[in-house]
Design a protein around this ligand. Structure first.
Ligand code: NI
Length: 138
């Protein structure tokens, strides 16, 4: 970690009160850690707007009985094989499968991959958690 810097922030009393109540509910023990997390979240958002290398978890829920759906999902992952780090497949019940796909690469490519999966007919849910590779965020 780099040198720690203290800084003062002027803010409306009601706004600080609302923020303090919120972070207490979320389990923060102090304001500093909550503010650090807000800043980190904002910086991750910026990484996703730029041409940086980023990573993500893509979650899919689908019925594997649907016509050729499993094959289509596998085909998309093979098409984007340079992004895909790992795939975890969970048989949720007799019909439903969940896949958690870890990816790493350019944000633009990950968006293309995600959109392709989401637009596949028969996919019940497709979600993404955008993450940082961590090298720029302390
Ligand atoms: Ni399955």
């Amino acid at each position: 970690m780099g040198k720690l810097i203290r800084f003062g922030v002027s803010m409306d009393n009601d706004l600080v009160g609302r923020f303090d109540r919120l972070i207490e509910e979320e389990g923060y023990i102090n304001r500093s850690e909550a503010i650090r997390d807000l800043i980190r979240e904002r910086l991750v958002e910026e990484e996703w707007k730029e041409e940086d290398e980023v990573c993500a978890g893509v979650l899919l829920v689908y019925d594997h009985h649907k016509h050729h759906l499993t094959e289509k999902i596998t085909e998309i992952q093979h098409h984007f094989y340079k992004l895909v780090i790992s795939t975890q497949h969970i048989h949720m019940d007799h019909d439903n499968c969940m896949e958690i796909i870890s990816v790493r690469g350019k944000a633009r490519e990950i968006h293309k991959f995600f959109n392709k999966l989401r637009a596949t007919t028969g996919v019940k849910q497709c979600d993404i958690i955008k993450a940082t590779v961590g090298d720029k965020i302390k």
